[in-house]
Design a protein around this ligand. Structure first.
Ligand code: BGP
Length: 480
């Protein structure tokens, strides 16, 4: 244990983060409809599918396995899992509601009672353990019917469907949920639109037009959800959620510095500027011109966006990105979804994600300088292979080292003056990886006996990091 003489604010929201599609399983139970995650196969093909055109959105069980179908069976095991979170002392638990449990096709006028009742049980269980839920309304799990019938968020119709869904869950859970977020990693769609927008990039020509039109629909839908949330649950806080990966210029060549600035604005700040400040930023007009983007904006859209801005920013932080104008001949980061070049000062995880705790302090400062609204780190963690010893123990010091250094970086940011609400580390229990569909890419404090070939007893085991994190929470982050 290291002793840190910096203090996190009192009432800091320590906990863990998950998403319905990556943990629940029960993909056919309780009248649930199919969602986008249900048709994404596991294994190495998954990343190709996410990044390349031409995906058909069909289930083909002869060819692929589908890890999200059973996932880690939280649907049936939530009580035991929540008891383990409580043992670690979680103040909050970040989870998402599967839209398809509430509206199986996305288009119904009336919600599915069985789906609503499931989340009632989960929220009640959390409250019985003194844990406050933090709920993402849409986390990579849009109804498949909306993908097939409407082409995902390219269609304006989704605004109505999403608003209906949001209102139903605000009304139903108004006494049980006080922290909400609209779209998970909304800006991630710039690199992989399938999971959040429900379409694959067709070709380079239409790519930008499609993605930014879909963003516009999501911004309107998100603002309408913010409005409804404030009306229905006046004491709630509702945030946006941004995948933040600070951009470093590869060197001090002014061309590279300018390029890094442009990448930073479009990737890290564009969505926040709209959702937090309530308007399209000036810089995006030139980008639209250069990429032949013409948005269809209906009367009143810009007022809705302006009037209903979010209360806080949720962010995920895994890595920084290093960029240069001319990448030909440069060493590209393997497995990097953000298409950056290798940073010579950083080491990478087994999946090629560069580990950069200082980047978290930089990110929090950049965000707070720009927006001055509270920040909430709702995802951060290390995907790693774990080994179960003969006696059942799991010595994951690499994970502890990663988390410790990132928590220290957050403490520095707090000292820098950043208003930080809390920290929910990603995948507090092992679950399906979003980008690869693998179980072996583990993030948890709790090990789940489930493997890439689908085998495993689903038994839960505490890793060394479980006991370490318990202490961190107990001491409000001073004993690391
Ligand atoms: C974020 C997603 C999560 C999660 C995490 C780790 O992008 O919001 O759903 O999975 O990254 O990524 P992966 O599972 O690909 O390792």
């Amino acid at each position: 244990m290291n002793v840190l003489n910096k203090r996190f604010p009192e009432g800091f929201l320590w906990g863990g983060a998950t998403a319905a599609n990556q943990m629940e399983g029960g993909f056919h139970e309780g009248n649930k409809g199919l969602n986008i995650a249900d048709v994404l196969p596991g294994g190495k093909e998954r990343l190709n599918i996410l990044m390349q055109p031409g995906f058909t959105f069909e289930i083909d069980e002869d060819k692929y396995s589908y890890p999200n179908h059973e996932a880690i069976d939280f649907y049936h095991r939530y009580q035991g899992d929540i008891a383990l979170f409580a043992e670690m002392g979680f103040k909050v638990f970040r989870m998402s509601i599967a839209w398809t449990r509430i509206f199986p096709n996305g288009t119904e006028l009336e919600p599915n009672e069985e789906g609503l009742a499931f989340y009632d049980r989960v929220f009640d269980e959390l409250h019985q353990h003194g844990i406050e839920p933090v709920v993402t309304i849409s986390h990579y799990e849009m109804p498949l019917n909306l993908v097939k019938q409407y082409g995902g968020w390219r269609s304006r119709e989704l605004v109505t469907f999403f608003e209906r869904y949001a209102k139903v869950i605000f009304n139903r859970y108004q006494k049980k949920v006080k922290y909400w977020m609209t779209f998970n990693e909304i800006n991630g769609a710039l690199h992989f639109p399938i999971m959040s927008m429900g379409f694959s990039i067709q070709n380079e020509e239409t790519k930008h037009q499609d993605i930014f039109q879909a963003f516009h629909h999501q911004f309107v839908a998100s603002a309408l959800a913010v409005k409804a949330c404030h009306e229905i649950i006046p004491d709630a806080q509702i945030g946006c959620m941004i995948l933040f990966a600070p951009v470093y210029s590869y060197d001090c060549h002014p061309d590279n510095v300018m390029y890094a600035l442009e990448e930073e604005r479009v990737f890290n700040f564009f969505c926040g500027d709209v959702q937090v400040r309530g308007e399209y930023p000036a810089f995006i007009q030139r980008y639209f011109q250069e990429h032949n983007i013409t948005l269809e904006i209906e009367d009143g859209d810009l007022d809705i966006i302006k009037e209903h801005t979010v209360d806080y920013i949720g962010l995920s932080y895994y890595m920084s990105q290093t960029q240069m104008l001319d990448k030909s001949g440069a060493d590209v980061v393997p497995g990097n979804l953000l298409q950056g070049v290798k940073n010579p000062f950083l080491k990478a995880s087994d999946w090629g994600w560069e580990i950069d705790p200082a980047g978290l302090r930089i990110s929090l400062n950049k965000l707070y300088d720009r927006y001055q609204v509270p920040l909430f780190v709702v995802e951060n963690g290390l995907g790693a292979y774990d080994t179960v010893e003969a006696d059942g123990s799991i010595h994951d010091d690499y994970r502890i080292d990663y988390l410790r250094s990132h928590i220290e970086a957050m403490a520095e940011a707090v000292e820098d003056g950043v208003a930080l609400m809390g920290y929910t580390s990603w995948g507090c229990i092992d679950l399906v990886s979003a980008s690869t569909g693998e179980f072996s890419k583990r993030y948890g404090f709790i090990y789940v006996d489930k493997h890439d070939d689908g085998s495993g007893t689903l038994e839960r085991k505490k890793k060394d990091s479980f006991f370490w994190y318990k202490k961190v929470i107990e001491t409000n982050g001073t004993e690391l």
